[in-house]
Design a protein around this ligand. Structure first.
Ligand code: AMP
Length: 282
């Protein structure tokens, strides 16, 4: 398995693949890899001839400096984790300078309102950072398909919009959420949970799953209120937001209508670790 850190290495490899008409799959990650990332890599290998796994902790998508500094990093562990994939993949682990040059700065995007709510509201500038880094990385990797987890569902919708507004010929492939046996969505941030926080954290998915049972008999506001009350019982977990939204537009649902798909979205703090999850209601 090759690990490239320079963009010119990857660009010449990609040019060669394109010349040979090979279909390129791309799995961008921020490292501290887990089975959720592996499931994306497996899908990419199944659907493409060559696969690039990106590992890059993107500074511009962090609105909080401390969160960026504390983000788990383990490039040696990640390379070992990916070794079983062998020659099926290439790892791209660039520095910020390789990706951004001398301007480690966000561009501004208009994602048609998808960026204003939930993660965008609570993490100002986050999706400008995501859009900027992916615009750069897509230019370097030039994939035919890129694989994104539904764990970050709002990000997935924004990436689809980015591809549309930038007129990129990239197929965005959504991948289901991988969970631990107790329901907790796998996340690099789970590594930062204390033992007690880790024990409590499955409450997030459990509450979403219970909320789903209230659909469609109860109105969206009633379901959200019920979730808020449930979280008042927890001494360890602090609810940041619960939202019920139309899956396509991410607009807040005020009532449930036919021919729409709805999803519950949640962000919760366990100590200073911020966890997100979501669940389709219908
Ligand atoms: P991250 O390294 O957290 O930025 O995630 C990189 C990619 O992996 C994103 O497309 C995430 O949505 C996806 N991902 C992260 N955790 C999971 C999970 N538990 N299940 C499925 N995909 C995931």
């Amino acid at each position: 398995m090759q690990v490239f850190t320079k963009r010119h290495q990857l660009e010449s490899q990609v040019a060669n693949w394109h010349k040979n008409n090979l279909k390129i799959g791309y799995v961008p990650t921020m490292g501290a890899l887990h089975a959720g990332h592996a499931s994306l890599v497996e899908q990419a290998i199944a659907q493409c001839d060559r696969v690039v796994v990106g590992i890059f902790v993107n500074p511009t998508q962090f609105n909080n400096q401390e969160d960026l500094e504390k983000y788990p990093r383990d490039i040696e562990g990640d390379v070992d984790f990916l070794k079983p994939f062998g020659e099926s993949i290439i790892v791209f682990n660039p520095s910020a300078r390789e990706v951004y040059g001398n301007h480690v700065k966000s561009m501004h995007f208009d994602f048609a309102g998808l960026e204003d709510k939930m993660e965008g509201k609570f993490r100002p500038g986050h999706f400008d950072g995501v859009g900027t880094v992916l615009k750069h990385l897509f230019e370097i990797v030039r994939p035919d398909k890129a694989f994104f987890g539904e764990k970050d569902f709002q990000q997935l919708q924004i990436v689809k919009k980015l591809v549309e507004i930038e007129n990129l010929d990239i197929d965005i492939v959504p991948c289901p959420i991988s969970r631990a046996d107790d329901g907790l969505a796998l996340s690099s941030r789970n590594k930062r949970l204390t033992e007690q926080e880790r024990t409590e954290a499955p409450f997030i998915f459990k509450t979403l799953a219970e909320a789903k049972k209230l659909y469609p008999a109860n109105a969206p506001t009633a379901i959200k209120q019920w979730v808020e009350q449930e979280f008042e019982k927890s001494k360890i977990l602090q609810l940041e937001y619960i939202e019920i939204a139309d899956e396509d537009t991410l607009e807040t649902a005020t009532s449930f209508e036919e021919n729409h798909t709805y999803r519950a979205f949640i962000a919760v703090f366990a100590g200073d670790v911020r966890l997100i999850d979501n669940l389709r209601l219908n």
